[in-house]
Write a protein of this length. Structure first.
Length: 162
């Protein structure tokens, strides 16, 4: 269902992640935006409050809208969160889709286009699978971004899946 939704996106899309976005959150958002752009979609990055110090290097060259106004977008895709408390500073919050590896939060209610998989160790690995399903070309730069997200949320692969 989510893949179909992403293939058929129309208008402006915001890929939004939680406040003080960690490496996995930033990597997941960046990778998804790059993938959507590859298939001709208008997509921008958004974050509540800030990107963490640890994720700033990874985020260089990628413009994150800080506390964006969701009213300016036709679609809002949340990555690495589904709880409103992590998005308090975002204006006019609305949710069209969710990709998350944490337990379902209040924002999942009524959202049809979602993948919530608590068995995954990182959101980046979920985004990777989505990009593959969308037939996105995973070049060296995109692979590096995704790998950073996975490494960042698996304690340098110590908690990675076998």
């Amino acid at each position: 269902m989510l893949i179909h939704y992403l293939r058929n996106l129309e208008g402006k899309t915001l890929v939004l992640t939680h406040h003080n976005a960690d490496i996995d959150a930033a990597a997941s958002a960046i990778a998804l935006v790059q993938g959507l752009k590859q298939i001709g979609k208008q997509a921008e990055l958004g974050v509540a409050e800030s990107v963490s110090r640890a994720a700033r290097k990874l985020s260089e060259g990628h413009k994150f809208l800080i506390d964006p106004d969701c009213a300016n977008f036709d679609n809002v895709i949340l990555v690495d969160t589904s709880v409103p408390e992590q998005l308090n500073s975002v204006k006019n919050l609305k949710v069209s889709a969710i990709i998350d590896h944490h337990p379902e939060g209040k924002l999942t209610d009524g959202v049809e286009n979602k993948i919530i998989d608590e068995t995954k160790k990182s959101c980046a690995q979920m985004v990777y699978r989505i990009l593959v399903d969308l037939n996105i070309t995973i070049d060296k730069d995109l692979a590096k971004i995704i790998a950073c997200g996975i490494v960042g949320d698996t304690a340098h692969l110590r908690r990675a899946e076998q």
